[in-house]
Design a protein around this ligand. Sequence first.
Ligand SMILES: *[C@@H]1O[C@H](CO)[C@@H](O)[C@H](O)[C@H]1NC(C)=O
Length: 192
Amino acid sequence: MQLSLTQPSSWILLLLVVTSLLLWKNVASVPMCAMRNARCFTFFEDTFELAGSLSHNISIEVSELFTDFYEALLKSADMILDVWESPLNDLVSELSTIKNVPDTIISKATDIKKKINAVQKGVNSLISSMLQNGDEEKKNPAWSRLPLLQSNNEDAHIRSLYGMISCLDNDFKKVDIYLNVLKCYMLKIDNC
Ligand SMILES: *[C@@H]1O[C@H](CO)[C@@H](O)[C@H](O)[C@H]1NC(C)=O
């Protein structure tokens, strides 16, 4: 790799070299090398050895972090999709019990539910192909219907459906971001 002084890493390396040279100059009385494994290591070699080993370790850790981050995004999207499975069924059926709810709203909710099921299948297949433990059994929290969804009080019923749609909106904005960030990186799309 060519070093360019516009890269921060190059400055750090340069600083390290200059510091070592200065120290080297000032420690003329210190033994010229340290014996280890029957080999004489100069201060200069030692410093490079340490910096080299440390930067090698850091580069491994950074690529692990990168992979972990992918995995976390995909798993979070998957978790949100799974958690919504049962509540979405309830949402669709409850909407149709409310007076004056236009058919367009009910058919939109049904359509959303179908599309979410399709995304869920896609995410599941990405997980099994990309992640090592992708096939591990999931433990979804059990969904018990909100008491307000069962209430006969129509105002409370409407409020609870409204709250549910608002949560759905928040959660799916997250899924949208996670999956699109992943798509950009995995497919190496520029400017997205
Ligand atoms: C780099 O990692 C190896 C293996 O884990 C370790 O033995 C070594 O001490 C590390 N190097 C530094 C400079 O921390």
